[in-house]
Design a protein around this ligand. Structure first.
Ligand code: ADP
Ligand code: MG
Length: 205
């Protein structure tokens, strides 16, 4: 539970630090609000957690997701909100082990895909989330501890984020640009990489 709260705080700090970068990326292929959206959402989530006394990992993550849905207007608010809510619903436990977290991450990704209908290669947050989940699952299955799995996931998310640059967007605002979306890193894949790096830094800096 404490680790879940520390993770959300670490995301809030990373998003605040990279707010301008996220907005710059979104100004190239979107409407220049991704940094503001993420910063507003995660500061509100940290504030909501400070006012509550959650007893499970799930409660922390469901509160985070609900807050993101209610305060973030863009596409990313409902998408990340549903991901954190799904993650939380799968973790009704005071401490999550590696296997439980792998299962929860899969539920999180599934809810983003159910809501946004994006698949890998569409140039979205899915392109960072999918390889991150695969790396976490692989590390968990090969007996890696939580820290090893989280670090593998963060590395894979960053690789997936970089791989969005040559893609043409097929979902979200960036898809309106057609071929002009090629050559720019996706803002949502970038924030997803920050979220996984924050997890790795929280469990073992
Ligand atoms: P908006 O596009 O409404 O301005 P944001 O700028 O906050 O919202 O978020 C944009 C990001 O949301 C994109 O970079 C992309 O990664 C992600 N995104 C947009 N549509 C989808 C979708 N259908 N599925 C998954 N991710 C999406
Ligand atoms: Mg935007």
């Amino acid at each position: 539970m404490d680790r879940a709260r520390a993770w959300v705080q670490a995301i809030a700090a990373a998003v605040a630090k990279n707010k301008d970068l996220l907005t710059q990326l979104d100004s190239a292929i979107g409407d220049a609000d991704h940094g503001t959206n993420m910063d507003r959402g995660f500061s509100a989530a940290t504030a909501a957690l400070a006012d509550s006394a959650p007893e499970t990992v799930g409660a922390v993550l469901v509160t985070t997701g609900t807050t993101l849905i209610s305060v973030v207007g863009g596409a990313s608010g409902p998408l990340y909100g549903s991901a954190f809510r799904a993650l939380g619903k799968a973790l009704d436990t005071p401490v999550a082990d590696t296997e439980q977290f792998a299962v929860a991450l899969a539920a999180g990704l599934q809810s983003v895909q159910k809501l946004g209908a994006a698949t890998p290669g569409d140039k979205t947050m899915i392109d960072a989330f999918t390889p991150a989940l695969a790396a976490f699952r692989l590390a968990a299955d090969s007996g890696g501890d939580f820290a090893a799995a989280a670090h593998a996931a963060a590395d894979a998310a960053e690789e997936g984020m970089r791989a969005t640059t040559p893609m043409q967007a097929r979902k979200g605002r960036a898809s309106y640009l057609g071929a002009r979306s090629v050559g720019h890193q996706d803002p949502g894949a970038t924030s997803t990489a920050l979220i996984f790096r924050a997890l790795a830094d929280t469990v073992a800096p």
